[in-house]
Each structure stands twice: as C-alpha cells, then as structure tokens.
Design a protein around this ligand. Structure first.
Ligand code: BDR
Ligand code: CA
Length: 311
C-alpha cells in the first residue's frame, strides 16, 4: 500500500479529507503536516490531533509546518476564512481533546525524511498553501524527484477563483511557493475549483451521518452543517458546500474520478499584474513534456455518492 502524507490547514473540508484518508484501506496515512490558511498553523495542528482522536487514529503523528508564506513574516486569518470555517477552523464545534501532542520535529523535515524513506511509494497531498512543499524542495532539491505522486487541492484553470476572479484561496496564500512547486515537482496533479465546485455535500448527507449515531458521525455532521450554512448565508452556493479537499484525497487514490489534461503550469505572482495568484498554462513550455496534470472534469455523481457513504 502507498503511504500518504496530508498537508492540511484544518479547516472543515480539510477535516473531511483527513477522515477519508484515515478510513480508506487502500492507503496508509503516515502523518499530517500542518499549514496556516483557514486557521493559524497551531490551531490547524491541534484540530488535526483532535480529529484523529475522534476517529480512533491516535497513532498518526502530526507535525507543524510553516506558519506563514515564504514572502511574509506573519499571517492573519482572513475574515472570510473564519466566516466559512468558524473561528476555530472546525465550525466553532468543540472537539474532544486529544491525549497527545504535536511532534517536536518540523513538518518540513518530516516530509524530507519521508521522501527519502518511501520515494515512489509516497503520496504527498497538500490541501492548503504550498509553502511546506516548496520549503522542503528548497532545503533538499531531491525531494521534487523523490516523492512518487503529489496531488494538491488548489488553483482554478477554467473557472473563476474564489478569492479574486483569478485566484483560488490556497494558491492566494503563497503564489510564489505555488509557482515554485508547479515548476519543480514531478508527477503533480492539480485538483482545483474546476472540479471541486462540482461536488457539493448537502444537509441530506449530514443527516445520514447523524443517523449513524456515532460520536464521529454526529460531530462531523455538526462541523459540516456550519460550513453548509456559511455557503448559504454568504451566497457562495445555496445547493450545498464544496468537497474541495476530500476530492483531492479521492483522486489520489482513484484517478478515475476525474478527467485531466497534461499542462505545464505556472502561477503568476507579480502583485501589480492584476491576475496575482493565477494558475495558468506556461506559454514558454506548452510543447515540452510534462508530468503535471490538471483535473478539468469530474464524475460528480459517483464521487458524492461514495463520499457520503464512507463515513
Ligand atoms: C480551499 O481553500 C480552503 O479554504 C479550503 O479548505 C480548500 O482547501 C478552497 O479554495
Ligand atoms: Ca484546505
């Protein structure tokens, strides 16, 4: 079985990605690297610990990654993130406290070590900014060739962004790091808004989780309902809330959920350009060979059905 590392800014949909990775027997979840984004990195790490505890997975270690982008010295959570994910990242639901702590070695070091140890068998899966992966490659350039597969949630190629007309939230946090990853990391698959906005979870689904009458089912339903309500009141989507991060996990395990195109891709990071943080085909490398894939279509029905049933 392949080893998977999740890089999460935990976050409601990150919490769903974590549950999917814990439950799926086709992969072995070997660790969580925490990121900033939906919350501060420390909060994201503690949320991951608490969620693993809730899911009976206290054996999966959690590491802290970078606390801010590579070009800033400080990170504040955006008000819109708090509105969507709650002040604590998990819909203002108080999770049962995990009995253990964050690991003492850094998330970036853990990733570098795992890349050397597992190589082709390693799947790296960021569902937040790409700061940690870029930092690992900068520290040890072999990492970009060693990791077997990287599947990320982020970006928007064929649809508008969700922070600006061009920019998706995870890319927006650190476009420089994202561009570095897109131009260095082999076997990269982008699962962006192009596909994730077509996979929506509704309260019919969370009601079914609640009906399981387990603590995990009830808690996840409460966390998810906060996010569904936010989508509704903020006019993002009235039909349900996007399964951004869990779709990336599903695609890493079963690529047939999506259709991809091969495209050498870049991220614009010139602040003056007006399309800051845009994921776009690299005109200089359009004819060059590539191992970068961009998901452009998704089997919505199959994924949403499978996702609702896994819990
Ligand atoms: C992405 O941004 C974060 O808010 C979500 O967790 C997801 O990873 C969607 O743009
Ligand atoms: Ca996320």
């Amino acid at each position: 079985t392949k080893k998977m590392i999740l890089d999460l800014d935990t976050g409601v949909d990150d919490a769903l990605a974590l549950a999917l990775a814990v439950e799926d027997p086709r992969i072995d979840l070997i660790g969580i690297v925490s990121s900033y984004g939906n919350t501060l990195v420390e909060t994201a790490g503690q949320n991951s610990l608490n969620l693993l505890h809730l899911l009976g997975a206290d054996d999966v270690p959690v590491y802290l990654g970078e606390s801010h982008s590579s070009t800033t010295t400080h990170f504040d959570v955006m008000p819109i993130s708090m509105a969507i994910h709650g002040d604590n990242g998990v819909g203002n639901i108080e999770l049962p406290q995990a009995p253990r702590k964050i690991e003492s070695i850094s998330g970036v070091q853990f990733l570098i070590d795992a890349a050397h140890q597992y190589g082709d068998d390693l799947i790296y899966l960021p569902t937040g900014p790409l700061t940690n992966l870029a930092a690992a490659i900068k520290q040890d350039p072999e990492v970009a060739q060693l990791i077997g597969q990287t599947t990320l949630m982020g970006g928007a190629l064929t649809v508008p962004g969700n922070v600006t007309p061009f920019t998706e939230a995870n890319i927006h946090q650190d476009p420089e790091a994202a561009d570095f990853v897109f131009t260095h990391q082999k076997n990269l698959t982008m699962v962006g808004l192009d596909v994730t906005l077509r996979t929506l979870l509704t309260k019919n689904h969370t009601q079914a989780w609640r009906a399981l009458d387990t603590l995990a089912g009830r808690t996840y339903a409460d966390v998810m309902d906060y996010y569904i309500n936010a989508y509704d009141t903020l006019d993002i989507d009235h039909r349900g809330a996007a399964l951004h991060d869990p779709l990336a996990v599903a695609v890493a395990i079963d690529p047939d959920y999506v259709t991809t195109i091969n495209l050498n891709t870049r991220v614009t990071y010139d602040k003056q350009s007006g399309d800051y943080g845009r994921t776009i085909g690299d005109s200089a490398r359009l004819l060059d060979a590539t191992t970068t894939k961009i998901a452009v279509n998704v089997d919505t029905e199959r994924f949403v059905r499978d996702f609702q049933e896994f819990m």
